[in-house]
Design a protein around this ligand. Structure first.
Ligand code: 5GP
Ligand code: ZN
Length: 136
């Protein structure tokens, strides 16, 4: 299913041009317009899923295999020093485009990408209880 109001549906399906580095039947991978670092790319399914909660399981299982393949390939070409792979769900988590996408962000020593969080604190008992609550 495509969403006619969604910019990533249009890019993924070729209605809007993009700097594509990979394409197959289900995905397009293109360079981010506001790169955190040189080579920042997005893996985008051609079908519309707003976020990971909606994402089709079969596509989900293929995405990380594709991410690994591209991370290896991009690292060889860009000679980056590290790599972030990240994915935001919901505005509170930093999602700004509500069509599922996985960020591939090459990292370079001294770059200004600044992808981080402030570590909090936790006590052992609190962690034990929470783990119990969350155990699948
Ligand atoms: P989010 O914040 O939703 O995780 O990430 C959205 C990303 O999409 C941002 O990094 C932003 O720069 C990128 N982006 C937004 N609109 C466009 C666009 O029209 N073309 C491209 N190539 N990237 C876009
Ligand atoms: Zn879409």
């Amino acid at each position: 299913m495509k969403n006619s109001n969604c910019i990533f549906c249009k890019i993924a399906n070729g209605e809007i041009p993009s700097s594509t580095i990979y394409e197959d039947e289900d995905f397009r991978v293109f360079l981010d317009l506001g790169p955190a670092a040189k080579g920042h790319a997005l893996i985008v399914p051609k079908e519309h899923y707003a976020n990971i909660y909606e994402l089709d399981d079969a596509l989900c299982s293929r995405i990380f295999v594709l991410a690994k393949k591209l991370a290896v390939h991009m690292t060889e070409i860009l000679h980056c020093d590290g790599f972030n792979i990240m994915q935001n769900n919901g505005a509170v988590a930093g999602q700004t485009v509500f069509h599922f996408h996985l960020h591939l962000i090459p990292r370079y020593k001294g770059d200004t990408a600044g992808i981080c969080w402030n570590p909090g604190t936790a006590d052992a008992e609190g962690l034990r209880r929470l783990a119990e609550e969350l155990r699948v």
